[in-house]
Design a protein around this ligand. Structure first.
Ligand code: UD1
Ligand code: MG
Length: 474
């Protein structure tokens, strides 16, 4: 392959995506948990440096730029979207210094780096001015069709868009997949010859095939056996089909690595999720973002785990929502636990049903079995949190932290009003409202003393009976 500086990659991403009927620009729709454009950028970045990738942006350009700015790619503005040929005209200055340019579509997110590399190698070997990628999908309708000078030739004389097809051309099966390599000099020398003489009144990049051929330049087709990775997301149905393809691929990637996934078609697994062997994923689980799961874990149905790290042997029972947190080996979570960002859950911790945690550090062996809120809290090893314990972390203005030592026992239904510190091995009586620090090894009880009034029920009955006899209201 050429040295990187002689190759630029242009990603056409300025279109509105009219057929999606959405307010959001097409390339910012998500499949497999990532925007269409970031999928394409990820593939392009494996071929050239980000500084040699140019995204043509137009419709809601600022939003599109902001969404992918962190990748370090460059942008070219296409203020008015006058077609794919016009998109490349707008990139003229950006690409002029490169020997070759590869053009990708921002709406074809399954494209693989190795396909782009293979196209470029073919383009170089063929010494072509333009190489387009073609395939014969089961359903060619909607795509541009590729015209050869004779049967079996790889040379191309033109591409005809669906709406321009003559009756006898409707049966043409070989379609343009929208992925091209050009030698920059002939491309720019003849780009001005594009006209908007077509049903959409647009400048079609596809017309360059005919223009270059007519100018005596070599135009060839790089035929791929499997068109699926070049499929576009032009309609919502196409978009969801691509999403399904990506997630199915994710599930198969994990299964090949030794993960058991029951009913994988019901699971939503993002492309970057990693899971180690012998972990079992039950039906209807979602594993999202940068989630990493260790070996021999079990993730039970209906749990949604996003941007979390789970070590080995973790059990997540049904219907847990876990976000932005880490869970150490041997912990068991749920059912129905809600873990908000910033939690660090230690080894063999048990978090039971209806326990909400946020920015909580639970050291080894902590148990919080039922109905608690633990927020902005650090809890020492082996401490037991009774049912219904609440850390009151918010005073209406600011958040405060609760610090609990190790081997402590927090009685059920206690409220710990932060900021407050409870020492090692301290006991809190059930139902206490703790507002002051509790020294290590002590018992704190902060509730009204219990009063038993013996015979009170009988005395009350006698009193009401008497009042009824004298006709007073009872
Ligand atoms: C295009 C090809 C068609 C091919 C198909 C493969 C043309 C004229 N047709 O059709 O031969 O079979 O891809 O998927 O190129 N864009 C811009 N600026 C514009 C217009 C479009 O940046 O002014 C971008 C779009 O955002 C999109 C890409 O270019 O990412 C392709 O445009 P789209 O309208 O989807 O073209 P297709 O109709 O799919
Ligand atoms: Mg398209």
């Amino acid at each position: 392959m050429d040295s990187p500086s002689s190759l630029a990659i242009v990603i056409m991403a300025a279109g509105k995506g009219t057929r999606l009927k959405s307010q959001r620009p097409k390339v910012l729709h998500e499949i497999g948990g990532k925007t269409l454009l970031s999928h394409v950028i990820a593939a392009a970045s494996q071929i050239v440096a980000p500084a040699d990738i140019y995204a043509v942006v137009g419709h809601q350009a600022d939003k599109v730029k902001a969404a992918v700015a962190a990748t370090g790619i460059r942008f070219v503005e296409q203020l008015e979207q006058r077609g794919t040929g016009h998109a490349i005209e707008c990139a003229r200055e950006a690409i002029a210094g490169y020997e070759n340019v590869v053009v990708l579509s921002g709406d074809a997110p399954l494209v693989k780096a190795r396909t782009v590399a293979a196209l470029f190698a073919f383009h170089q070997a063929q010494k072509a001015a333009m190489t387009l990628t073609s395939a014969e999908p089961d359903e060619p309708t909607g795509y541009g069709r590729v015209l050869h000078p004779s049967l079996g030739s790889i040379e191309v004389v033109g591409i005809i868009e669906q709406k321009m097809l003559a009756r006898d051309q409707l049966s043409l099966r070989e379609v343009n997949m929208g992925l091209y390599a050009f030698r920059t000099a002939p491309l720019l020398a003849h780009l001005d010859k594009l006209t908007a003489d077509n049903p959409h009144g647009e400048l079609y990049l596809t017309d360059m095939a005919h223009i270059l051929h007519a100018a005596g330049e070599r135009v060839v087709a790089f035929k791929v056996p499997d068109p699926s990775e070049l499929l576009g997301a032009n309609t919502m149905a196409e978009m969801m089909a691509l999403d399904d393809a990506l997630r199915t691929a994710s599930a198969h990637r994990l299964m090949a690595a030794g993960v058991t996934i029951f009913r994988p078609e019901t699971c939503v697994i993002d492309a970057e999720v990693e899971v180690a062997a012998d972990t079992v994923i039950e039906p209807f689980v979602q594993l999202l973002g940068s989630t990493r799961i260790g070996a021999a874990c079990r993730i039970r149905s209906y749990s949604v785990i996003e941007n979390c790290t789970l070590a080995d042997n973790v059990l997540v029972r049904q219907s847990c929502v876990l976000t932005g947190s880490s869970i150490a080996a041997g912990a068991s979570i749920g059912p129905f636990a809600h873990m908000r960002p910033g939690c660090e859950i230690g080894e063999e911790v048990h978090i039971g049903n209806f326990v909400e945690t946020k920015k909580a550090i639970l050291h080894k062996g902590v148990k919080a079995g039922h109905l608690s809120y633990l927020g902005d809290a650090e809890i020492g090893a082996n401490t037991n949190i009774g049912a219904g314990v609440i850390t009151c972390n918010y005073d209406g203005v600011r958040k405060h932290t609760t610090s609990i030592g190790s081997d402590a026992f927090i009685g059920s239904d206690s409220t710990l009003v932060a900021p407050v510190t409870i020492g090692d091995e301290a006991y809190i009586g059930a139902g206490s409202a703790i507002t002051k620090d509790v020294p290590p090894g002590s018992l704190a009880v902060a509730r009204a003393h219990q009063v038993n009034k013996e015979g009170w029920v009988e005395a009350r009955r006698a009193r009401t009976r008497k009042q009824a006899e004298v006709g007073k209201p009872v």
